[in-house]
Design a protein around this ligand. Sequence first.
Ligand SMILES: Nc1ncnc2c1ncn2[C@@H]1O[C@H](COP(=O)(O)OP(=O)(O)OP(=O)(O)O)[C@@H](O)[C@H]1O
Ligand SMILES: [Mg+2]
Length: 243
Amino acid sequence: MSGALLQVRDLQVDYAGNRAVDVRTLSVSRGEMVGVVGANGAGKSTLVNALIGWSRGDPVVRGEVELAGQPIATWSSHERVRAGLALVPEGRLVFGRMTVEDNLTTTFVPRATAGQRIYSRDDIFELFPRLLERRQHLGSQLSGGERQMLGIGRALMMGPQLLLLDEPSIGLAPMLVSQVLQTLRKLAASGLAILLVEQNVRAALEVVDRLVLLERGRVVLEGPAAQMGSDPRIAQAYLGAHA
Ligand SMILES: Nc1ncnc2c1ncn2[C@@H]1O[C@H](COP(=O)(O)OP(=O)(O)OP(=O)(O)O)[C@@H](O)[C@H]1O
Ligand SMILES: [Mg+2]
């Protein structure tokens, strides 16, 4: 058996008979940061949503998902969050009519279990000093980058062992992209497991340990970041335009 924190086997997600995700194996270990990249519609969001047990539509989900050796595939999202999963979803992340401070107090705080670090509001302010400066601002007044930081902060306050992020860099200025990704790298170095869905392959390659390429819901390529960056399939399709 592998010692991975997250272990996925034969995960399939169908929307009205169309297979959106068909992943044979995927694992993430403690302290490891794994990137998931792929074209629009490749199944990246469907994959992380299936892992947290949530969906936009009404998919049929089959397969095995283990977190720290526990089978969680049949659990509700709420139970998965309690067990140590957290998702920073695509798009709307924060309560617009609440201040930053209040956004960081209303977060559901679970009981700590072994291996789980629960971040306090002050921890989040230390991680993202920008949020401290904006503590009295409303969520709706925040910039895209600040909202993203707040979304990550809220997820960390749930005490995850594994943090799932769906395109945290979307819409951010390049400097902010690397700042957010470097903060995630720091969190991984402290032991958190991270599964990062990212459109910006170049930026992802700078921080992840491993990269997984999804095409039509399948893992078609997977390997250490250094190796994946020089793979012609990645270089041509995902790095070429920026080279
Ligand atoms: N609620 C839904 N109902 C039906 N089909 C869906 C639903 N959500 C996603 N799909 C389909 O599943 C496939 C995967 O979609 P998904 O959103 O996971 O892609 P993605 O890799 O996250 O794309 P993007 O980079 O654009 O965010 C697509 O073909 C999409 O049209
Ligand atoms: Mg998506």
